[in-house]
Write a protein that binds this ligand. Sequence first.
Ligand code: NAP
Length: 438
Amino acid sequence: MTELRTLKVALLGCGNVGAQVARILIEDADTLAARAGAKLQLSGIAVRNVNAKRDVDLPQELFTTDAETLVKDADLVIELMGGIEPARTLILSALRNGACVVTGNKALLAQDGPTLHEEADKAGVQLSYEAAVAGAIPILRPIRDSLAGDRITRVLGIVNGTTNFILDQMDTTGAQFADALAEAQRLGYAEADPTADVEGHDAAAKAAILASLSFHTRFALENVHCEGISSVTAADIAAAKDAGFVIKLLAIAEKLEDSDGGKGVSVRVHPTLLPREHPLAAVHGAFNAVFIEAENAGELMFYGQGAGGAPTASAVLGDLVSAARSLVLGGAGRMETTTGHVPALPIDAAVTSYYIGLDVADQPGVLARIAQLFAEHGVSIEIMRQTIHRDAESNVESAELRIVTHRAPEAALAATVEAVKGLDVINSVTSVLRVEGV
Ligand code: NAP
């Protein structure tokens, strides 16, 4: 039997994910070598503090603070430090040296993906990042490779476990947002500063990556319309539940055609009502799932753990074995195509349904006036339900109206809501949420 070649693997970062990657590289060295066709030798681990206590017992001599030197000597570089710098400079330096790079850094990819891809293409090496979207779930390679012969039309993803946990808590217990967030923080699902998760920034970075691969066009963070969940109230959740919906924070990327036949991709993140029977409605707790619609494959759903050290390490090692194989067999070549050239559409051009909750005066003719206003804006109503309330003290009756529209351009829907607000019979607009899957 011929002796296997040895490939040097530099690991940058030894936190939640990096420590698990190091553990698996050492514990499963023989299996990984058999699968990669080369021995994967962990040549060093770059960290900030070499003496910090780690989750996993690892040989102390592997640790260094000199990431630059470690990268220079590596065949494969795994970047799990996070953040923009020095991760960006180190990845570029690794690629220029001809090393394949595996990263989980969605923030960096969403901000400066094109530069990294260009460098990888120039050097003819792989840049892989399965871990950057939905942790353990194999989603990027299926989109890039398995669906390369199909046309994806729409991607709907629950790609942030923290917000899914919070919304699920609110749905199952009736809790307010702040209480559900506090529970998520207590259980370690949310960070002390939860902004990136609850305001949708983390999901937006993943939406840009999903859209880029799905539509063969590089989309950046600035192309993603982003709304978080901090303004979702227990009343919104209860009303949605009552109407047969669940609220999820979705990353959406879909191809749309305007009335002139022009095509574009709408990439957005926002709280979304889904019918309870939609497959994504059954994704509970901190789990992630991505639902894909493709012209020939039809509907596909990918489900699993979207974060956590070991689950994310699984995705990193899958990329590493694939990159090692490319070095052993040669011809890594270009991994992704960017031949789509479809423009990113502004949020106004998105086509969606709306759920609108209204508190209205209980007077004859109110429903007709509201329905007419919708019709004037070209928005047709799919469901309109009315519940009457009587104030115990004043004895005044008011009506709660819940409207679900058919799909219509966002601009028309937004204009309708503005016009409705101006009607004298409207006490208040209690909620406006987008709806998918109807
Ligand atoms: P983490 O626990 O914060 O660990 C970061 C590691 O990087 C630490 O070991 C830290 O060193 C090291 N580091 C940071 N800045 C450095 C610098 N300037 N020089 C040298 N070392 C540096 O992060 P993580 O949760 O493992 O996440 C790593 C990456 O994976 C991020 O891009 C994240 O977005 C992505 N990701 C994470 C998850 C997850 O579940 N955690 C899921 C998907 C993707 P010290 O230990 O010495 O401080």
